[in-house]
Ligand binder design. Structure first.
Ligand code: ZN
Length: 179
């Protein structure tokens, strides 16, 4: 089973820059990915749900993939894609979470032509621990697609989003089937 969620929700816009709202971008990305997936294998967040409501609703078992989508924000020159996994998965480079995150960090720059900022541990994030990465699923990855605050990142994303999101759908299905 693939559990996919758009970071942020109705009352939490996330980052806002360059005329973009993170919440709207993550919703769109989730919807495009879901269109490429086998629906009977997918559970997704509802747009009115807070992150904690969604996390309480889902019960991802060890054989499932949890995937949460965000956009990064920083200075106008900050650029690139990155993925977060939990601390345990980060320490085990053979974990499926680490491998899937690494794959996404390599595919995205290839298609969008932006930097690979690499796989990071959730304790290197602004939060010490990211709840959705610690629900006990076999694979859990949080993807920061690119920087909403970078005009160039966003130009490239808008141009190539269908292509990159199709590739990410394939990666999700691959890791779901591996377990
Ligand atoms: Zn976010």
């Amino acid at each position: 089973m693939i559990f996919i969620s758009a970071g942020h929700h109705k009352n939490d816009p996330g980052a806002v820059a360059n005329g973009y709202i993170e919440r709207d971008l993550t919703k769109e990305a989730r919807n495009i990915i879901v269109q490429n997936l086998d629906l009977k294998n997918v559970i997704q967040d509802k747009d009115f749900e807070t992150n904690s409501q969604y996390q309480r609703r889902i019960k991802p078992g060890s054989g499932s993939v949890v995937f949460d989508i965000h956009f990064n924000s920083g200075s106008p020159t900050a650029t690139g894609t990155e993925c977060y996994v939990n601390q345990k998965d980060f320490l085990n480079k053979n974990s499926l979470s680490y491998k899937m995150a690494d794959e996404i960090c390599k595919i995205t720059p290839k298609i969008l032509g932006i930097r690979n900022r690499g796989v990071k541990s959730d304790n290197q994030s602004q939060h010490s621990r990211i709840g959705i990465l610690n629900l006990g699923s076999g694979v859990s990855v949080l993807w920061e697609i690119c920087f909403i605050s970078s005009v160039l990142d966003m130009q490239k994303y808008v141009e190539k989003k269908k292509e990159v999101l199709r590739e990410i759908s394939n990666v999700l299905e691959k890791y779901d089937a591996l377990q």
